[in-house]
Design a protein around this ligand. Structure first.
Ligand code: NAD
Ligand code: ZN
Length: 354
């Protein structure tokens, strides 16, 4: 088992990573002495592990389980409302604890329910996807609005993150790849040594042993937590987490949300940002190596054929994290270190077409 403590201005909480760390959950819950425990999970995770989790907790605490339909659509006002209603009907109170058992969707939704139910009750993240190494720490919880993804939410920290690598054994390869893109992002922006490790050790996501998996989860979490601790409310340095996402989000939106994997889009975005770093900062970076490695892993390395550069540039200028008609790009000074530059759409057009 590997464990770290994450400090925020308001709290400190443990992150446990390893095979069978779920056995620690009862101890963590005992410390919180909950009046009731509500497990929120999705239909896929429930089928695979719902019983296991219930049987771990049930003998010790009054336990309820609420299963949402898997998929991004669950981050909606309707499901948020249904969950609040369920919690009220089961008479959860301010001493109750909610468990977010699933990937980023369950984590974001459940965290926002916990943040708002009776003005905030404790919750624990029990991630089951690799991507959730990113979403389970950092304190951002949210649901979507038809006007935009993650637009309604809060900053709200969990009481603990219990990351049992055993649950990831059933994760489909596309979901592994999606999470792996964010691990690579964390390495590229903050840790040359993690990047070297990943590049040397990971060539096939179907064949990642537990030791490597746990290392990438924990190192990814450390980087995310460290960046966030310096900027909990997302006013400054946290923007470096946007590396690869300016173009990534544009590709994802252009295809229509849900059509392409977020991680695949971010991978293409990271390649573009690396290329742009070399071109605009006049430095050399292992761009070709990165591209070859990405191909081996199965990431797309070019924008989809059906997409038009001009439309993508338009979308990038509308990114919620940029000012009007300007595109702020997070770039690499070297592997493990970032800088940023702002481009006008015209400047970017010239660079891309050169
Ligand atoms: P997800 O929760 O939808 O999980 C992906 C799929 O895998 C789902 O179909 C799910 O049912 C299935 N699944 C989950 N665990 C499984 C397992 N162990 N075995 C088999 N199948 C399993 O998606 P995700 O990729 O984990 O997270 C994406 C969400 O995270 C997005 O909504 C995104 O906005 C959010 N996010 C939030 C933050 C943050 O800081 N809060 C950061 C990044 C992403
Ligand atoms: Zn992302």
């Amino acid at each position: 088992m590997r464990s770290i403590k994450i400090k925020t201005t308001e709290s400190e909480y443990p992150v446990l990573v390893g095979d069978n760390v779920i056995s620690e959950l009862t101890t963590i819950l005992n410390d919180l002495s909950p009046s009731k425990v509500l497990i929120v999970t999705d239909s896929n995770v429930d089928k695979l592990y719902g019983e296991k989790l219930v049987s771990t907790i049930c003998p010790h605490f009054t336990t309820y389980k609420y299963v949402i339909t898997s998929g991004e659509e669950a981050k909606s006002f309707d499901v948020f409302y249904e969950l609040q209603t369920y919690a009220l009907k089961q008479q959860l109170d301010r001493k109750s604890v909610i468990l977010a058992f699933g990937g980023g969707v369950v984590g974001d939704l459940t965290g926002f329910v916990a943040a708002t139910f009776m003005r905030g009750i404790p919750y624990i993240q029990i991630p089951t996807t690799l991507l959730a190494h990113d979403s389970a720490v950092g304190g951002k919880v949210a649901i979507n609005h038809p006007e935009g993804k993650n637009m309604i939410g809060a900053f709200y920290q969990p009481k603990a993150v219990v990351y049992d690598s055993h649950f990831l054994e059933s994760l489909p390869i596309e979901e592994m790849r999606s999470g792996f893109a964010e691990v690579i992002k964390h390495a590229l922006i903050r840790s040359e040594s993690l990047f070297q490790y990943l590049q040397n050790e990971i060539h096939d996501l179907q064949d990642v042993n537990n030791e490597r998996l746990e290392k990438m989860i924990l190192e990814g979490i450390k980087i995310k937590a460290d960046v966030v601790s310096k900027d909990e409310k997302e006013l400054g340095i946290r923007e470096i987490l946007n590396f690869g996402h300016t173009l990534g989000h544009a590709i994802e939106a252009e295809a229509g949300y849900g059509k392409l994997s977020h991680g695949d889009c971010v991978a293409t975005g990271m390649l573009f940002a690396t290329w742009l770093s070399m071109k605009s900062l006049n430095i050399s970076l292992p761009y070709e190596e990165l591209k070859t490695w990405f191909k081996k892993i199965g990431f797309p390395t070019t924008i989809p054929d059906s997409q038009d550069t001009e439309n993508l540039i338009k979308r990038m200028t509308k990114d919620k994290k940029t000012k009007a008609n300007q595109i702020k790009m997070i770039l690499l000074k070297k592997i493990g270190e970032t800088t940023s530059l702002t481009f006008t759409d015209e400047e970017l057009r010239i660079l891309v077409n050169e």
